[in-house]
Design a binder for this molecule. Structure first.
Ligand code: PLP
Length: 407
């Protein structure tokens, strides 16, 4: 992308014009959440101003309009990730809720005491804890795919973990700590040889990569809207139809039923069977709008530009004495975790903040991984397509000052 294009894009994100402590905001915390373009903000505003009525079953005009908008969003999202039908798109609050849904429903459906779930060493807490809860509830065992020193999964070890008792493999597509892009297509194919279903946590992948769930052959693919320029509180659980038909509902309530009597309740058809309660019909339309925004720029173009930013930032970071990049996989997305000498990441983050630079510090909700690495956490800079090389230069100069102060 050329500078004029980036300037034009930046002008569409109002928050990027904010000043923090009287300094221009440099927002490098995109892996935690992304900023929202005006088109998405307008969509939310328009929804509440002109389309707000509870959806489905409403006979009145507004309800029908809101229902149409919500279902059109579902259809668009299905096409965006190449699901074979919009019935396979379930709206959730985000990645975390989607994983909890699978952990509950799959747990009820296929898991017995002594069965096994396989996850990896680089999972976010949201792809660890729901499985631990299932293990506790049903007496299952959790197996962990190990990693090498670059932050890549050891695929030979992975294959050895798959047994006739493995009920699911749940792996992140992109690590939020290392930025590693995992070979999920290969991981899925390996599990499928043994008829084991696979859930892919796409929270860090969808904003940066083209996702085709049919090409991946993922059984379940989940992501959060807020990490892809949409609002918080909306996300997607994609599941293959055959699985969605087999799994029992996760929560009970309105929307998910066909018929209720005190003697017996029958459940609604897909996708509503998994959507208890009033859905976030404004969030769904805003999510579709955000994905349209990404599509208009072009995901390949975004990936190329973010790659350029990541390479540039890595090269410049390595100018700093004592710099240690945590996660040096061959295939990385736009996340850079680092440490400098013995300086605590929190101190670096605090001082950068005073200079208007937002980075994240800590364990990044991946405490077992950070513990395994024997480090106190990392500083993490993560880029989006609205970031610039000039911002990286300012960040590097600020970091040099901070390091000099703290050394
Ligand atoms: N998985 C990964 C890899 C993440 O990075 C995150 C958030 O940082 C999540 C899951 C959880 O996403 P959410 O909090 O939106 O549910």
């Amino acid at each position: 992308m050329n500078p004029a294009e980036i300037e034009n894009i930046r002008s569409q994100f109002p928050i990027l014009a904010e000043k923090i402590y009287n300094k221009p905001l440099i927002y490098f915390d995109n892996a935690a959440t992304t900023q929202k373009p005006q088109a998405v903000l307008d969509k939310i505003n328009y929804g509440y101003k002109h389309l707000n009525a509870n959806i489905h079953r409403g006979v009145h005009y507004l309800s029908q309009q809101a229902t149409e908008a919500h279902e059109a969003a579902r259809k668009f999202i299905a096409e965006y990730i190449n699901a074979s039908s919009s019935d396979e798109i379930i709206f959730t609050r985000g990645t975390t809720e989607a994983i909890n849904l699978v952990a509950f429903s799959l747990g009820e459906c296929t898991c017995q005491e002594g069965d096994e779930i396989v996850i990896s060493a680089m999972e976010h807490h949201s792809n660890i804890v729901p499985w631990q809860m299932l293990c506790e509830r049903k007496g299952l065992k959790l197996h962990i795919i190990p990693i090498n020193e670059k932050g890549e999964l050891l695929l030979d070890e992975y294959e050895k973990l798959l047994t006739e008792r493995t009920k699911l493999v749940a792996v992140t597509h992109v690590s939020n700590v290392f930025g590693t892009v995992n070979p999920v297509k290969e991981i899925i194919a390996t599990a499928h040889v043994k008829n084991i279903p696979v859930l892919i946590d796409g929270a860090q992948a969808l904003p940066h990569l083209k996702i085709d769930v049919q090409d991946l052959d993922a059984d379940f693919y989940v992501f959060s809207g807020h990490k892809v320029y949409a609002p918080t509180g909306i996300g997607v659980f994609y599941g293959k139809r055959a699985w969605l038909e087999k799994l029992p509902p996760y929560q009970g309530g309105g929307e998910m039923i066909q018929n209720v009597s005190f003697e017996k309740t029958t459940y609604n058809e897909l996708p509503f069977k998994f959507e208890a309660g009033t859905p976030d019909y404004i969030g769904s339309t805003a999510l579709a709008e955000a994905l349209k925004y990404v599509q208009n720029i072009g995901i390949e173009k975004i990936a190329d530009y973010e790659h350029e930013l990541t390479e540039y930032a890595t090269k410049r970071l390595l100018e700093i004495d004592g710099m240690r990049i945590i996660g040096t996989a061959d295939h990385k997305s736009s996340v850079i975790s680092f440490l400098v000498g013995e300086i605590h990441p929190y101190d670096i983050g605090m001082l950068l903040d005073k200079l208007g630079i937002a980075v994240r510090t800590g364990h990044h909700c991946a405490q077992p991984l950070i513990d395994q690495l024997g480090i106190p956490g990392t500083v993490r800079a993560s880029f989006a397509f609205y970031n610039t090389k000039e911002e990286i230069d300012t960040f590097i100069e600020a970091l040099k000052k901070v390091v000099a102060m703290l050394s």
